[in-house]
Design a protein around this ligand. Structure first.
Ligand SMILES: [Zn+2]
Length: 289
C-alpha cells in the first residue's frame, strides 16, 4: 500500500534518496528558502500531513524530521502523498509564483490573500469568443476575473495546463461557477443573453467598487460617457478617476465597462482592444435574438 512507505520514512529520519544532483542539505535549504528556482528539480512530502509540495510552496515550514524528498509526482503519489492545494505540484507547467504575479497585476489582489483563496479552491476556464479567448477565474463563491487570455492559447486548445494554469477545473463550487460563467458568456456572444446571473467579487478600492457597481446599472445596448458616469456617482468632477477605475475593471463584460464611451462618442480604450469594444457595442445594438 502506498501509505506504508510514507510512515516508514518517519522512522528513518533522513531519507537516503537524492534528486538529480541535489543533496538532502541543499534540498532542505531550498524548502526553507521557498526557492522557486528548484521547482521542477524535486518535490517534498510531509509525513505528518500526507501532503506533497514544490520547493517554492509558501505553506508553513514543516519540521525537518517530517520531510521526505521525492523525485517525481508519481513517486509522491505512489507513496500515498496528496498534492498540496496551494502550490499544485500535480499540475505540470504550473508556476505558482508566475500565477500570483499575473493575478496581482490583473486584479491588484495581495498575493497572500490570493494564495488563501487558491488553497480553498479556484477554477479557471478559457472561453473562445469572437473577441478572442477570455480567461475566467472563479473562487468557490464568486467570479473573480474575466480577462483577455493570451493569443498563444488559440493555438493550444488542449487540456494541457499552462502558466497561469488556464484550464484548472476543481470538482467543487468554483468549478461549477466557472462553467456557468462560460455558458453565460457563450449565450451573450450568441445574442441570447443580456444579463449575467453570477456572483461577482472584483478586487479593488472602495472607489473602484463603487464605479464598477454603477457600471452594472448601464443596461444592455446603452452607453454612458465618463462624465455621465461620474454624475451618476454624484461626483461630476471625478470623470478622470472614473475613467481610470473603469479601465481597471477585472471582470470584463460581466461588469460592462465597454458601455462607457468618450464625450464625443469615441470608443476610447478597452482592455481587450478598441476593436473588441466596438464588437460588443454592435452586438448589443442588434439586440437579443
Ligand atoms: Zn504546497
Amino acid at each position: 500500500m502506498g501509505g506504508t512507505d510514507m510512515t516508514s520514512a518517519v522512522g528513518s529520519g533522513s531519507p537516503r534518496g537524492r534528486s538529480g544532483d541535489l543533496e538532502d542539505g541543499e534540498m532542505w535549504k531550498a524548502v526553507k528558502d521557498c526557492d522557486a528556482s528548484c521547482d521542477g528539480a524535486f518535490l517534498y512530502g510531509v509525513t505528518t500531513t500526507g501532503i506533497y509540495c514544490r520547493p517554492s510552496c509558501a505553506s508553513k515550514l514543516p519540521e525537518r524530521q517530517n520531510v521526505v524528498f521525492l523525485r517525481t509526482r508519481e513517486e509522491a503519489e505512489g507513496r500515498g502523498f496528496r498534492p498540496c492545494k496551494r502550490c499544485r505540484p500535480d499540475l505540470d507547467g504550473y508556476d505558482p509564483a508566475a500565477d500570483y504575479d499575473h493575478f496581482h497585476r490583473q486584479t491588484g489582489m495581495a498575493p497572500a490573500r490570493y494564495r488563501q483563496i487558491f488553497a480553498a479552491g479556484i477554477s479557471r476556464l478559457v472561453v473562445d469568443t469572437p473577441i478572442g479567448p477570455l480567461r475566467i477565474t472563479a473562487s468557490s463563491n464568486a467570479i473573480m476575473c474575466v480577462e483577455q487570455a493570451g493569443r498563444e492559447l488559440q493555438d493550444a486548445g488542449e487540456e494541457a495546463p499552462r502558466v497561469p494554469a488556464d484550464r484548472l477545473v476543481c470538482d467543487d463550487a468554483s468549478g461549477e461557477l466557472a462553467a456557468k460563467c462560460k455558458a453565460e458568456l457563450t449565450e451573450y456572444f450568441a445574442g441570447r443573453r443580456t444579463d449575467f446571473d453570477l456572483p461577482l467579487a472584483p478586487e479593488g478600492t472602495e472607489f473602484q467598487k463603487t464605479v464598477w457597481n454603477q457600471l452594472g446599472r448601464i443596461s444592455y445596448g446603452q452607453t454612458r460617457t465618463y462624465g455621465e458616469l461620474a454624475a451618476m456617482l454624484d461626483n461630476p468632477k471625478a470623470s478622470r478617476a472614473v475613467g481610470m477605475a473603469n479601465h481597471r475593471n477585472p471582470i470584463l463584460i460581466l461588469i460592462p465597462c465597454h458601455r462607457v464611451i468618450g464625450a464625443d462618442g469615441s470608443l476610447t480604450g478597452y482592455a481587450a482592444g478598441v476593436e473588441a469594444k466596438k464588437y460588443l457595442l454592435d452586438l448589443e445594438k442588434r439586440g437579443v435574438v
